[in-house]
Design a protein around this ligand. Structure first.
Ligand SMILES: Cc1ncc(COP(=O)(O)O)c(C=O)c1O
Length: 355
């Protein structure tokens, strides 16, 4: 039997997502929050009575209410997912698929492309200008020429560049298309900029968030989207009935209760990343982009070697290859303050010796 003939033809070139974890290294590759949870939160979570023998609340009512209060919207305008990765897939299963297209602005988060491939949605790419600015005219032109585009994802701030796109530009896109515009605000807590306030003005905008970054819950897989009730109802047609487990639901509720402690952590990380930016900008032969998130993109023709040497020296960063408009580069996120000091020292030595 020829096993290969079973696999969908359009999936043959799709590579499984790989992570390279080096035990003991400082993790600066995944844009996570390096701090432990706020004091007392872990104990409070473990003390909660959770019926593990029962299915979780499939509607995640209490969690959605907590998220709604945090964002000053209604629970009916919120849908939760097993990480925003799952939500991207649900969105494309609902509004994408064969014969339809997703428009993205490379370089951007790699999972959009993967979810498009899995859901047989074709991809329309309108690259950022100079790697940092939205090509709004190019996007409007692509929309006018291709009515198969049903979903657009704007990543704001953008992973991996850290750029923040002007609110007016995103709104112009929303106003000039009947496609669904997803604004992925995974790093909102660092940028402070959101379009959640317009969800009742436009039925075609959906804001996506995650607990994986500022809230330090990447292991628990929790994300959410906020949009008009009709959109949420449509996504619920496709969502698995028990997609978010009971433990993560409780953790999400608790995280929002500990918001002020998180805000102190976020402030430290914002200071750290700007401190790293200022230091990196002084190092000759590398270029660093300004950021509105908790990570930085560093460009250098020697990006691969630098990233490998950093890895050997105990600091894992993410080598990005040669993204359009940016060139050979790697990405790093803020670690703990003392780790960042050590990182800078090592990076300076590596750059001096590599270039
Ligand atoms: C822009 C962006 N969106 C979504 C995600 C995925 O988040 P989650 O952990 O909720 O799946 C990431 C993670 O790196 C990201 O950078």
């Amino acid at each position: 039997m020829n096993y290969q003939s079973l696999l969908r033809e359009d999936l043959r070139l799709l590579q499984p997502y790989q992570t390279h974890v080096v035990a003991g290294n400082v993790r600066m590759d995944c844009n996570e929050n390096p701090f432990c949870w706020p004091e007392g939160m872990r104990e409070e979570l473990f003390a909660r009575e959770i019926a593990f023998n029962r299915y979780p609340d499939g509607e995640a009512r209490a969690l959605r209410e907590a998220i709604a209060a945090y964002n000053r919207v209604e629970a009916e305008e919120v849908l939760v997912g097993n990480g925003s990765d799952e939500l991207i897939q649900i969105i494309l299963q609902t509004f994408g698929g064969r014969g339809r297209a997703l428009m993205i602005h490379p370089p951007t988060f790699a999972m959009y492309q993967a979810a498009a491939a899995i859901t047989a949605t074709s991809l329309v790419e309108v690259p950022l200008i100079s790697g940092t600015k939205l090509d709004l005219e190019g996007m409007l032109k692509a929309l006018a020429e291709n009515e198969r585009i049903k979903v657009i994802i704007i990543c704001n701030p953008n992973n991996p560049t850290g750029s923040l796109f002007p609110r007016e530009e995103i709104l112009r896109l929303v106003q000039n298309t009947e496609a669904l515009v997803i604004v992925d605000e995974a790093y909102f807590e660092f940028s402070g900029e959101t379009l959640i306030d317009v969800i009742r003005d436009y039925p075609n905008i959906l804001i996506m968030r995650t607990f994986s970054k500022a809230f330090g819950m990447a292991a628990l897989r929790l994300g959410y989207v906020v949009g008009c009730r009709e959109l949420i109802t449509d996504l619920n047609r496709v969502r698995q009935p028990f997609n978010v487990n009971a433990f993560s639901q409780q953790a999400g509720i608790l995280a929002l209760k500990y918001l002020s402690a998180y805000q102190s952590q976020i402030q430290v990380l914002k200071n750290e990343i700007q401190g790293l930016y200022a230091e990196l900008a002084q190092i000759p032969n590398i270029q660093v982009l300004p950021t509105h998130a908790n990570f930085l993109l560093v460009h250098s023709p020697a990006a691969r070697i630098i990233s490998e040497k950093l890895n050997q020296a105990g600091f894992t960063t993410r080598y990005l290859g040669n993204p359009k408009g940016v060139g050979e580069s790697f990405r790093l996120s803020a670690a703990l303050p003392e780790e960042n000091r050590a990182f800078l020292q090592v990076l300076k030595e590596i750059v001096i010796n590599s270039l």
